[in-house]
Design a protein around this ligand. Sequence first.
Ligand code: PLP
Length: 382
Amino acid sequence: MRSLPMLDLHVEYAYMKPDIDAAIQRCLAHQKWILGPEVGELESKLVEYLGVQHAVGTSSGTEALVLSLRALSIKMKGQDYFDKADEIITTPFTFTATGDAILRSGATPVFVDVDPKTYNIDVSRIRSYLKENSSKAVGIIPVHLYGQSCNMDDILEIAREYNLFVVEDAAQAFGGMWKGKKLGSIGTLGAFSFFPSKNLGGFGDAGMVSTDDSEVASIVRMLLKHGGKDKYNVDYIGYNARMDTLQAAVIGAKFRFIDEFNARRRQVAELYTEGLKDFKGIKLLEILAAAYHVYNQYPIGVIEGGRDELQKYLKSKGVSSMVYYPFPLHRMKVFESGRSKAYKELLHAEQAAQSVLNLPIGPLQTRENTDYVIEAIKGYFN
Ligand SMILES: Cc1ncc(COP(=O)(O)O)c(C=O)c1O
């Protein structure tokens, strides 16, 4: 029987081995482990690739979000943390880190429901929340879930109208675009993750902040090095959240392949879509015409026959699958007890959490394996 992982990192490494090995060897030769030359080199590559003024390497995508918000608080309010009364609007259907970063910045997350067609934040809900509560909101964090862009035209329009910052959570969307513009370069800031399973993944944790705002970029740089320009005389409550040299080397080596790999992910996704589109019992997500989707994940909504049963069946056929995410954020203890707000019912997020199943996808996944997954799903429903 076949054994199909969600993503085969062994195959990817074999494909890029000479580049990655050479990059690691270079680090072994220079021994500059903290903020070695690879970090700055990767930042320069991303400045050019994303079309932004600044890219700052961080220790993870989570820290990229936290540092972004903290830097905005310092710039906007002149204080280390937001006040609890400051609200940041985001989706409840995301990885914990998105909402957690808001709590860690001192602000209150406000969860508004998702659009059931894309599982991304429902922009009309943001608008109606702001109509009722505009004075408290300071910003929005749209999450480009699974690699598909949110509707950035609408989000920017609302942000302008209400004078809000926009931090794009582009953790799952490296190389994705909205109307030809790279995600992470559209809002006030972008936050990326290079977690190993991301489209551009390291051999451990790493992340990146992107922005055109020089002041914010320089505050982020201070915060990730304990909070000061001078490590031994600091201004702000800081972190040790630098990007690791070795990660920068690996990510820098893999960077050459990112456009090719994203195109390949899109081909795998097309096969899934073609194979599953007319299938009763399964809902496929809608792809916005203006979005260049980079498919960090390929989700299906299991609307008949039981999601967990399908997952078990696939497992019996050697096919891995994952539920991203089983709990919407507003259902988690950490966001309870007055720490966050939910705007009206979050029914679509609840439904998504109950029905979504993510199928194996990777740039080097063979057509044979993708067909095998499709046939296994069909087998279950037949
Ligand atoms: C949407 C989203 N936001 C934030 C993060 C946090 O990134 P990291 O795991 O690099 O801290 C992730 C990734 O895990 C993510 O998927």
